[in-house]
Design a protein around this ligand. Structure first.
Ligand SMILES: NC(=O)c1ccc[n+]([C@@H]2O[C@H](COP(=O)([O-])OP(=O)(O)OC[C@H]3O[C@@H](n4cnc5c(N)ncnc54)[C@H](O)[C@@H]3O)[C@@H](O)[C@H]2O)c1
Length: 257
């Protein structure tokens, strides 16, 4: 059972984008375990359906929604479907990104269409999701937006420049949006996870790099999705009402920003 601030998040409606695998899946499962309704928002229908089923089989509440966050109409339809069913959106975790499928390469070799897709999904997609939930959150005078950035921007990790560029943008976006939404009772924060090892194999961290990163951490072990859950639940809760516009690094003390 997950320990969460303020006795859980009963009946909060929490959209987690990219929840079909990896970190998003862990966040969606964690929300449901604390009593929230997890909206499993995912571009891959099969993966999203599977995670929603997994949550329900464990006794939680979930609703799968197919969405391409880079597409305005698709995002608006997602939020409409959620508000039509539940009457509100309380929490948005902007987790979906073009990430584990990326091939590491010098920035001079990134094809322009790949550069544009990464920026479209990771920056514009996050913006579109925030924009779509702003009205329903304002209407209730309460909301939590959590943007998943990356510790790779503090490290300045090379060879996926479109990715680090996109994740850097989320910091400025969170700060400015926090000022615009604060008067409406909505907080906006960013989390910078360190290299986190999920069930999904990827090429963005080699075994040698993994060992090097672990050696740099104050807590010298591999980071798991569970290491991020507490921070996500805190930022989604009432306890964090006075925390906004912040960037919180969760990386076992690998970096000190
Ligand atoms: N795993 C890590 O080490 C790590 C570290 C720092 C930050 N992050 C960030 O955490 C988040 C999750 O990481 P992960 O390792 O689970 O990534 P992942 O690549 O395994 O999962 C991303 C999910 O997003 C979905 N997705 C991609 N494009 C989408 C779109 N247009 N619309 C809707 N869904 C879409 C994918 O289908 C996938 O299910 C990402 O934002 C990533 O940048 C991850």
């Amino acid at each position: 059972m997950i320990e969460s601030p303020n006795g859980g998040l009963p009946d909060r409606v929490a959209i987690v984008t990219g929840a079909g695998q990896g970190l998003g899946r862990a966040f969606a499962r964690a929300f449901a375990e604390t009593g929230a309704i997890s909206i499993v928002a995912e571009i891959d229908k099969t993966r999203g359906d599977n995670v929603a089923r997994e949550i329900e089989q464990a006794g939680g509440q979930a609703m799968p929604v197919v969405v391409d966050i880079g597409d305005e109409k698709s995002v608006d339809a997602m939020v409409q479907a959620v508000t039509a069913k539940f009457g509100r959106v309380d929490i948005l975790v902007n987790n979906a990104a073009v990430f584990s499928t990326l091939k590491m390469r010098p920035f001079t070799e990134i094809p322009l269409d790949e550069w544009e897709r990464v920026l479209r999904v990771n920056i514009t997609g996050t913006y579109l999701c925030c924009r779509a939930v702003a009205a329903p959150m304002k209407a209730r005078g309460w909301g939590r937006i959590i943007n998943i950035s990356s510790g790779s921007i503090t490290l300045g990790r090379p060879n996926y420049l479109h990715y680090t560029t996109s994740k850097s943008a989320l910091i400025g976006m969170s700060r400015s949006m926090a000022r615009e939404l604060g008067p409406s009772g909505i907080t906006v924060n960013a989390i910078l996870p360190g290299a986190t090892f999920t069930e999904v194999p990827r090429e963005t961290v080699t075994e040698a790099q993994k060992a090097q990163l672990i050696a740099m951490q104050c807590v010298p072990r591999a980071q798991t999705p569970g290491d991020l859950v507490g921070t996500v639940l805190f930022l989604a809760s009432e306890s964090s009402a006075f925390v906004t516009g912040q960037s919180i690094t969760v990386d076992g003390g690998c970096t000190h920003s």
